[in-house]
Design a protein around this ligand. Structure first.
Ligand code: PMV
Length: 332
């Protein structure tokens, strides 16, 4: 009953921010993302009678009952999984990320997509991608999108039980192989406010939340159309505006959510300048890192320029990546 899986991070082009149901992780709005190459979580899961308690090891650290990571993320997720599949078995989980955890680089998306995929294998659940996205969703909303490769849409759904809130692949990675996402890492620290509590705070206090929802369909339509037509300007411009709208929501939350750092703003300003002569556009999640979307033809030059900005610690050029998958390589 041991199984291992790899899943990659995904970067949202139209963001998910706010849940209509916290328990089932159902969003108020649909979202669209690119699953990226390179940034990956590798996870091994074993369910069995021999385990009296769930064991969770992430990047070499074992998290115990009573710790925030264990209680809030892993235990809650595993309880939901056991309820859903009707099992009482406990598990040993070991996971490794090849990029900073909890710093706004979608580590929870890669992590829960890999975990859900390994659980599917370990318990022989036989889930297809749609079902798998619904399982991953229970761990972290954005994880649902890392189940598929290329570009993905997570449909918000209307039903209260969440059966229509799942992910569909818009196009596979090979549809737009020249699309690039340049990740500029400006801080390796974990963020102070998790996206989970941050978005709940926004929904209940931001005066602009209603207008965010009112404009989402237009952004989704434009990004969907842009991806299908490989239109970097339409995708990039819309993604950048959508990201700034989300950060405007965050700033208008009380108490305010300020995820940016000084280097974040430096990259933003440079990108706005470069934009006058290059097709490059930024997006930022619930953290300080900046991701720049562009085409292969400009990526090397832009990555070099990013590396020269004060406070930028690491620059990585990412391509459209694969969805989550079972691998033979076990971590224990
Ligand atoms: O699913 P979470 O809790 O990782 O929230 C993701 C929130 C954003 O990254 C800011 C937006 C998104 O759609 O990925």
């Amino acid at each position: 009953m041991k199984s291992s899986a790899i899943a990659h991070a995904n970067i949202a082009l139209v963001k998910y921010w706010g849940k209509r149901n916290e328990e089932l992780m159902l969003p108020y709005n649909s979202s669209i993302s690119m699953t990226v190459s390179d940034f990956a979580a590798h996870t091994t899961v074993e369910f069995g009678e021999q385990y009296e308690e769930d064991i969770f090891i992430l990047d070499g650290i074992q998290y115990e009952k009573g710790s925030r990571v264990y209680d809030k993320y892993i235990e809650r997720f595993l309880e939901k999984v056991r309820k859903k599949v009707g099992s009482n078995l406990r598990a040993r989980i070991k996971s490794q990320n090849n990029f900073p955890t909890g710093a706004g680089l979608a580590s929870s998306a890669a992590g829960f997509a890999a975990l859900a995929t390994a659980i599917n294998g370990s318990l022989s659940l036989g889930m297809n991608k749609k079902e798998l996205s619904m399982l991953a969703r229970l761990g972290s909303g954005s994880a649902a999108r890392s189940v598929v490769g290329g570009f993905a849409e997570w449909k918000k759904g209307e039903k209260e039980d969440g059966v229509d809130s799942y992910v569909e692949q818009l196009v596979p990675p090979g549809h737009w192989p020249e699309c690039r996402m340049i990740a500029c890492v400006v801080s390796q620290e974990e963020k102070e406010v998790s996206s989970r509590s941050g978005m709940a705070r926004t929904v209940s206090t931001s005066p602009f939340y209603v207008s965010w929802l009112g404009q989402i369909e237009q952004d989704l339509n434009d990004v969907r159309r842009g991806i299908k037509g490989k239109d970097i300007v339409l995708v990039g411009k819309t993604a950048q505006r959508n990201c700034l709208k989300m950060h405007a929501l965050m700033l208008s939350t009380s108490p305010p959510l300020v995820y940016w750092g000084p280097a974040t703003l430096r990259v933003i300003k440079k990108c706005l300048e470069w934009q006058k002569e290059r097709d490059c556009f930024f997006t930022i999640d619930a953290g300080p890192q900046v991701k720049i979307i562009c085409l292969e033809r400009d990526s090397e030059e832009i990555a070099e320029r990013c590396a020269l900005i004060k406070g930028v610690e690491e620059v990585k050029v990412l391509e459209p990546g694969e969805g989550s998958r079972i691998v033979d390589d076990h971590l224990f």
